[in-house]
Design a protein around this ligand. Structure first.
Ligand code: APR
Ligand code: PHB
Length: 391
């Protein structure tokens, strides 16, 4: 088998890359180790930055998002029983975000790819990437019990945090920057309308809480829990009671409760692998970087990477210049580190570390006070949340 771009992984990074390349007339093959049903029901975050929305529209992949997605012009910060709304368009010159689950983005991209696009093979596991430093890198993979090789001009590893593509970068040129947090998020889905019309990020002495949504009838919510917590240890009423406590306000706001339909715990990690390219092998999305979910940057970063790669390949074809391709890693990493900084700042401002002292509590409250009273600080949050520009 031969193709121009071999893509490992059918998460948002690999699927969007295949679409962008197809639209540009460049052929690709996607290899995904899991089956379609698994990829289409995996629960992930649900906030699309303005730039991601624009990219999906330009790629012709936004029809259902524009029908079912919920545009949001702000978020609420909650602390000390107080509420403060951050107005995105007013602070950023008109930028906003869209609530539309990553799962739905993946379903839309899979449907487009299967209807009109290059091959997308499920249950095809990449075993190794070979020849990164040659003009013809290849992917050794296993499909339907048989081993095969996909010969490529370029390989893009969109294979997530446990993928194999990263191994194509030799250890002596790789650098890893990492931080784990001593807490995770217990996430729920519940059949009850959202208790507020925008997302609520709450800092509380008992820990962080987030109120989000999936649709006008489905609530998504999260609680900070100690690292290693088993979701099954939390009863449904216990979860609602804890959300109630952490989201408490001095006004008449109330939390709507309903049947919980899913429960899981997500660990929190910051991780960056440098460089994001070795020879003709490129890394994109979670394969190269992880952010803690506070601020929902993961999917948006993946989109930035694959847009950067697709543009670089189109420029090479149209002008003969490989300058953008050469700059791929540096271009992506600049944006990645801004998102790492933003996600880290949001996480440390809103979560309570198990060993936090009164000093750290006061610093968090002072930071929130600053954001809610000083326009430059609030603008900084709004710009980070709605997204750093591509390029
Ligand atoms: N061969 C083939 N496919 C693989 C292999 C392999 N060896 N290893 C992993 N995969 C597949 C996974 O099954 C998964 O479907 O690669 C895909 C990676 O997808 P994601 O983990 O979704 O990563 P990415 O596309 O980079 O998406 C960015 O945004 O919200 C965040 O972390 C969240 O996944 C999200 C990310
Ligand atoms: C979600 O709805 O899943 C979500 C929203 C905002 C975040 C993280 C996750 O910061």
């Amino acid at each position: 088998m031969r193709t121009t771009v071999g893509i490992i992984g059918a998460g948002p990074a690999g699927l969007l890359l295949a679409r962008l390349l197809h639209n540009a007339g460049i052929d690709s093959v996607v290899l995904e180790s899991r089956d379609r049903a698994y990829v289409e029901q995996r629960q992930r975050a649900g906030i699309l930055e303005q730039g991601t929305v624009d990219v999906l529209r330009a790629a012709g992949a936004a029809a259902r998002m524009d029908r079912e997605g919920i545009p949001h012009d702000g978020i609420e910060l909650r602390f000390d029983r107080r509420r403060h709304r951050v107005d995105f368009p007013a602070l950023t010159g008109g930028r906003s975000v869209m609530v539309y689950a990553q799962t739905e983005v993946c379903k839309d991209l899979i449907a487009l790819q299967l209807a009109a696009g290059g091959p997308l093979h499920f249950e095809a596991e990449a075993l190794a990437v070979e020849g990164a430093e040659t003009e013809n890198p290849s992917i050794r993979f296993c499909h339907q019990g048989r081993e095969d090789v996909l010969e490529c001009d370029y390989v893009v590893g969109c294979d997530g945090s446990w993928g194999v593509a990263r191994k194509a970068v030799p250890a002596d040129v790789s650098q890893v920057f990492e931080r784990t947090y001593p807490f995770g998020w217990l996430g729920i889905l519940a059949d009850v309308p959202p208790s507020h019309d925008e997302l609520v990020y709450a800092r509380h002495d008992r820990g962080f809480a987030l109120l989000s949504m999936r649709s006008p009838t489905v609530t998504r919510a999260y609680l900070q829990v100690p690292a290693g917590t088993d979701a099954a240890d939390w009863g449904d009423e216990e979860i609602w009671d804890e959300l109630d406590r952490r989201l408490e306000t001095d006004d008449a706001w109330t939390l709507k409760r309903g049947p919980i339909t899913a429960k899981s715990v997500t660990p929190m990690r910051s991780y960056v692998h440098e460089p994001m390219r070795h020879g003709r092998v490129f890394l994109a999305g979670d394969a190269a970087h992880i952010v803690p979910p506070t601020g929902a940057k993961g999917l948006n970063l993946a989109v930035g990477d694959v847009v950067t790669f697709a543009r670089a390949l189109v420029e090479l074809r149209e002008t003969g210049s490989d300058a953008r391709l050469e700059a791929y890693s540096a271009t992506c990493l600049r944006r990645v580190w801004q998102a790492e900084r933003f996600s880290y700042a949001m996480t440390t401002m809103l979560h309570r570390a198990p060993d936090a002292t009164g000093f750290e509590d006061r610093i968090q409250l002072a930071q929130l006070d600053r954001i809610t009273t000083a326009r430059p600080a609030e603008t900084d949050l709004a710009e980070g949340y709605t997204g750093f520009p591509l390029d």
